[in-house]
Design a protein around this ligand. Structure first.
Ligand code: 3PG
Ligand code: MG
Length: 395
């Protein structure tokens, strides 16, 4: 169902409560290392301000305990970064539904921005508490969900708040609408061949994704440590590689279900310890010597995957091919990223690690779409729908 967007509501003189996902990565000093999630929310924010509305923004950051204010999870630096990016002052409330938030929200003038403090400081957020949701809903005239990265959650701000808005409009922002459209178009109406490439550590994390994609894709290419559990199911030797012995039967079933469409590595780049200066060897898949562990796909696999990707019509990528943080085990991920960037395919990069990899490798502007949601884009690839979006007004 197509949802009403922020563009389709009159916002002049109104207060708009926008759920954003400003859950950005921070370094040890608490500095923001990647502000893409803030940047990608700017079109919605600008659209409201330019049309004479005011904004109450709300987000979570990290996973605080929910027992009140915790300084290391404060949105203070996020507010400062947003103000810089949008070149407009951003006031930060010291609470979420307390006196400060209420007073500041009620005195907003058109063109002004208030950011509430971290929603997860209040226990009601994770609990989906209806009373907490009602107090948030009371802060504004319009609700907008532009938090794609959190759409797979049913926290109060995602579901309870739109439910509590009553007759007031509840819409999607530009980021959510664009993300959903890209992923939905790829899944439902792909230009073929449709190729998915999946990496990451565990088969168990990706079972539903593999099953759903096998039913839709022409080929599903497997990399990352997940490949070793498949190899084990084929009777391979894996040395010290990361495997899930209890998922071997499942891997065997997926192999049977997938047939030719499920493509596994033919060789493996392995090392005798988890570091860049270990002894390295390239071996045939399933022939990893004792004392060694697989850390990346091998060069023949990278060639083969690059070849398949180069003629794809649609590519969806989720999960790195190896330990791309430790060169030279970034090579497989780099070759795949490069092949996707150079192909004429509509290319969608799942959030989380694959988004970080494509950014770090410098190919982000050569793909069609880099998602801001890790868990959320995986949920879509599994074929799940979002309660947080279903609850919004239809267009
Ligand atoms: C994320 O980064 O995955 C989203 O912001 C949701 O956060 P969560 O996984 O802590 O719910
Ligand atoms: Mg998450």
């Amino acid at each position: 169902m197509v949802k009403k967007t922020i563009e389709q509501v009159e916002v002049a003189g109104k207060r708009v409560l926008v759920r954003v996902d400003f859950n950005v990565p921070l370094d040890e000093q608490g500095r923001i290392t990647d502000d893409r999630r803030i940047e990608m929310a700017l079109p919605t924010i600008r659209s409201v301000l330019d049309r004479g509305g005011s904004l109450v923004l709300m987000s979570h950051l990290g996973r605080p305990a929910g027992g009140g204010h915790a300084p290391s999870f404060s949105l203070e630096l996020v507010a400062a970064r947003l103000a810089e990016l949008i070149d407009t002052p951003v006031a930060l409330a010291c609470d979420t539904v307390g006196a400060d938030a209420r007073q500041r929200a009620s005195s907003l003038a058109p063109g002004e921005i208030l950011l509430l403090e971290n929603l997860r400081f209040h226990p009601g957020e994770k609990a989906g508490d209806v009373e907490f949701a009602a107090r948030l809903a009371a802060l504004a005239d319009i609700y907008c969900n532009d938090a794609f990265g959190t759409c797979h959650r049913t926290d109060a701000s995602m579901v309870g708040v739109p439910e509590a808005m009553g007759q007031k409009p509840r819409v999607v922002g530009f980021l959510v609408s664009r993300e959903i459209q890209f992923l939905r178009d790829a899944l439902e109406n792909p230009r073929r061949p449709f190729v998915a490439i999946l990496g990451g550590a565990k088969v168990s994390d990706k079972i539903s994704v593999i099953q759903n994609l096998l039913a839709r894709c022409d080929q599903v290419l497997i990399g990352g440590a997940m490949a070793y559990t498949f190899s084990l199911a084929q009777g391979g030797r894996l040395g010290n590689s990361l495997v899930e012995p209890d998922k071997v039967e499942l891997a065997a079933r997926l192999l049977e279900q997938g047939g030719d469409r499920l493509v596994l590595p033919v060789d493996t780049h392995c090392g005798d310890n988890f570091s860049g200066d270990c002894d390295k060897q390239v071996v045939e898949a399933g022939q990893i010597p004792d004392g060694y562990e697989g850390l990346d796909i091998g060069p023949r696999t990278a060639d083969q995957y690059a070849e398949i990707l180069s003629t794809a019509g649609t590519v969806v990528w989720n999960g790195p091919m190896g330990v791309f943080e430790i060169p030279p085990f970034d090579e497989g991920t780099r070759r795949v990223a490069e092949a996707i960037a150079n192909s004429g395919a509509t290319s969608i990069i799942g959030g989380g690690d694959s988004a970080a990899a494509i950014e770090q490798l410098g190919f982000a502007d050569q793909v069609s779409h880099v998602s801001t949601g890790g868990g959320a884009s995986l949920a879509m690839l599994e074929g799940r729908s979002f309660a947080a979006v279903d609850v919004l007004d239809d267009a």
